[in-house]
Design a protein around this ligand. Structure first.
Ligand code: CO8
Length: 252
């Protein structure tokens, strides 16, 4: 199995499991990861997903061995890695927990997640230029939106490596966390997210992502419609009643 899934209460940990290839993304891993996540996404019980690797590598990029022999016709006809677009349909919040290398497609996978926590020893980069290609799972687009054109250009055109501290400084990641008990700290954060209303979480994720797609005016209208629609939910009644009654809400 290329991905190991572990459910803990209301969260799921998806651990990339190709340690000998530094968790390089091949087609099998992509299908296993995405189909597994789609199943958990449907479950009302699951409120947060963590994607992680191992201490040496979150993921060293797309599998160069799988790609090396392909020509344009194969890449185009297979729509190679086009399936990654399905990843953005997952509505449950996803945290990337990055230890070690997050290069190429690994950095792109982290950027497809909603929050990125990195341990002190994490390293990020888009080294595709050194292979005679460019990022191909959204790296040129998402990195530019996250860190701005100037920083993105430097990272993509030089193939340089960024350490965790710098990644946090430029806004590529959410936060650097100490490497001791790294996973435990993230599980705790995931449990907090998963304790809220799943419908509200999905709406919050959708509205926040909309900010990247639309004008401020259209985005605010989109947000307001979702906000109004949450007044159809039992969890809105519960959340607001609990506040007024000075008790902890019990979301279903
Ligand atoms: N693909 C396949 N195998 C890999 C990859 C990879 N990306 N990265 C590492 N491996 C393998 C190595 O080949 C090696 O295998 P073996 O033992 O059989 O030789 C094993 O993992 C261990 O690797 P190293 O011995 O190189 O380990 P080091 O600790 O010395 O170095 C590095 C670690 C620096 C991470 C180094 O392995 C490296 O530079 N890897 C390649 C990083 C890279 O270039 N990534 C970008 C790949 S291209 C990409 O991601 C494009 C995405 C978009 C595709 C979309 C198509 C439409």
């Amino acid at each position: 199995m290329n991905v190991l899934f572990e459910k803990i209460d209301r969260i799921v940990i998806a651990k990339l499991n190709r340690p000998k290839a530094l968790n390089a993304l091949n087609s099998e891993l992509m299908h296993e990861l995405i189909s597994g996540l789609l199943e958990y996404d449907k479950s009302p019980e699951i409120g947060c997903i963590i994607i992680t690797g191992n201490k040496k590598a979150f993921c060293a990029g797309a599998d160069i061995k799988e790609m090396a022999e392909k020509d344009f016709t194969a890449m185009f006809n297979e729509d190679y890695f086009g399936y990654w677009e399905i990843f953005s349909r997952i509505k449950t919040p996803i945290i990337a927990a990055v230890n070690g290398y997050a290069f190429g497609g690994g950095c792109e996978l982290a950027m497809m997640c909603d929050i990125i926590y990195a341990s002190e020893n994490a390293q990020f980069g888009q080294p595709e230029i050194k292979l005679g290609v460019i990022p191909g799972i959204g790296g040129t687009q998402r990195l530019t939106k996250l860190v701005g054109k100037s920083k993105a250009m430097e990272i993509i055109l030089t193939g340089k490596t960024i350490n965790a501290e710098e990644a946090e400084k430029i806004g590529l990641i959410t936060q650097v966390l100490p490497k001791e008990n790294f996973t435990k700290q993230i599980i705790k954060k995931a449990h907090l997210i998963a304790s809220y209303s799943k419908t509200a979480l999905k709406a919050a994720k959708e509205a926040t992502n909309q900010a990247l797609e639309s004008s401020l005016k259209d985005g605010i209208v989109f947000e307001r419609k979702l906000f109004h629609s949450l007044f159809h939910t039992q969890n809105q009644t519960e959340g607001m009643s609990a506040f007024l009654e000075k008790r902890t809400p019990n979301f279903n």
